[in-house]
Each structure stands twice: as C-alpha cells, then as structure tokens.
Ligand binder design. Structure first.
Ligand SMILES: CC(C)(COP(=O)(O)OP(=O)(O)OC[C@H]1O[C@@H](n2cnc3c(N)ncnc32)[C@H](O)[C@@H]1OP(=O)(O)O)[C@@H](O)C(=O)NCCC(=O)NCCS
Length: 180
C-alpha cells in the first residue's frame, strides 16, 4: 500500500469520490458536507492498485493541558478501510504512518474519539483519564460525556499525557458539530 497526503483542495474529483464512498459506507456521511472547518482537513490515504482503500484525516487544534501547557494537536477522524479489505492490517499501517508524518510535521499530540478502542490500544493510543473542557466565547464548560484517546508525539509531555489522572484537564476551543 502506498500512502499519500492531500489538503482538501488538492483532492481531484475521483479521489474525492472514493473518499466520500468509503466514509458514507462507514459513517453515513462524507467528511466535508456538514462543517466548514473540515475544509482545512488534511487527508491521509492508503492506495492499492490505484484505489483508495484506507483513509484518515486530521484537523488542527490546540489542547491546553492543566491550564498551562498548550500543545499543537492533530485531531484524527474518519478512520476507515474499504469493507472488502478489512482485517488485512491496512488501517494499522495507515495509522502508524500517520504518527510518523505528524511527528515530522512537529505536532506535539494526536487525539481522537474512538469507536473501536481495542484497535487503537493495540497501536499504542491511550485514554485520557482527566476532565475535558470546551472553551467558547467567554466561558469554559465540562464535557465529560466524551472520552478521547491520545498519542503523545512530543517526548517532553509524554509522561504527563500517558499518566493522566482525574485531577488533570484538557481544554480546547469549541467547534461545530461533534466537540470531540
Ligand atoms: C476500524 C477499521 C478502520 C479497521 O480497519 P482495518 O484495515 O480492518 O484494520 P486492521 O486490519 O489494521 O486491523 C483490524 C484487525 O485485523 C487484524 N489484522 C492486522 N493485520 C492482519 C493481517 N495481515 N491479516 C489478518 N488480520 C490482520 C488486526 O490485528 C486487527 O485485529 P483486531 O480485531 O484483533 O484488532 C475498520 O474496521 C473500519 O473502517 N470500521 C468502520 C469505521 C470505524 O469504526 N472506524 C473507526 C472510527 S474511530
């Protein structure tokens, strides 16, 4: 499988169509139709015999840890493999490649809200055990109905992120749609 990265505007119509088909089949929606911020996403695709068989995207966020450290964060979504090609290790390969790419791009943290946490745990992602806050306008509110998993990319903050307790906090800016 070959990997390629595209900004949304770099996708040609055929690539857009292939990604939309994968995402519709897995999530009943394409990534772009609902929310404007998805126009700034970066797409990572896995290509086999000219077809996109596996896909993930990320958008940029800033996560503030314990009201002090601000981390450049890649928020990962729409992870999926073509239904006919699952169980062959493609999404695992894609996510390992994603971690390498994000590290090279100097992201300090990758984060996501898992549907299949077994899959992500095997790849080294861990749950954040602290509180999750959203900052909107002049207020900040708790959103603990959500659980996210993290993959620390900066060695400096690895211990803090991997050994979180219920006393730790992450805060990030509000966005449209799913907050996490
Ligand atoms: C979750 C998902 C992305 C996994 O994609 P995938 O390409 O099948 O993933 P992988 O093949 O890398 O890993 C899946 C399983 O196949 C196993 N596997 C890995 N390499 C394998 C190989 N060469 N042969 C057989 N099985 C293999 C993995 O160990 C894993 O097994 P597990 O169930 O014990 O974890 C895919 O099932 C999907 O698109 N689901 C719907 C959308 C979704 O839920 N996305 C996640 C959103 S958070």
């Amino acid at each position: 499988m070959k990997f390629k990265i595209f900004a949304v505007k770099e996708l040609n119509p055929q690539q857009r169509q292939q990604i939309a088909k994968l995402c519709f089949s897995a999530f009943d929606e394409d990534p772009w139709s609902q929310y404007l911020f998805m126009q700034t996403a970066s797409h990572l695709v896995g290509i086999l015999d000219g077809q996109i068989v596996s896909h993930a995207l990320w958008t940029d966020r800033v996560f503030t840890i314990n009201n002090s450290v601000k981390l450049k964060t890649a928020y990962v979504e729409y992870v999926t493999t073509d239904e006919r090609m699952r169980g062959k290790g493609f999404a695992s390969q894609l996510l390992r490649y994603l971690i390498d790419v994000l590290t090279r791009l100097e992201y300090e943290l990758a984060a996501l809200q898992p549907e299949d946490d077994h899959f992500y745990k095997k790849l080294g992602w861990t749950y954040w055990l602290g509180d999750l806050y959203i900052h909107q306008d002049n207020s900040t509110y708790l959103t603990n109905e959500n659980k996210i998993m993290l993959y620390p990319l900066s060695i400096q903050f690895k211990d803090l992120l991997l050994n979180s307790t219920e006393h730790d906090t992450i805060c990030t800016n509000w966005r449209e749609g799913e907050l996490w």
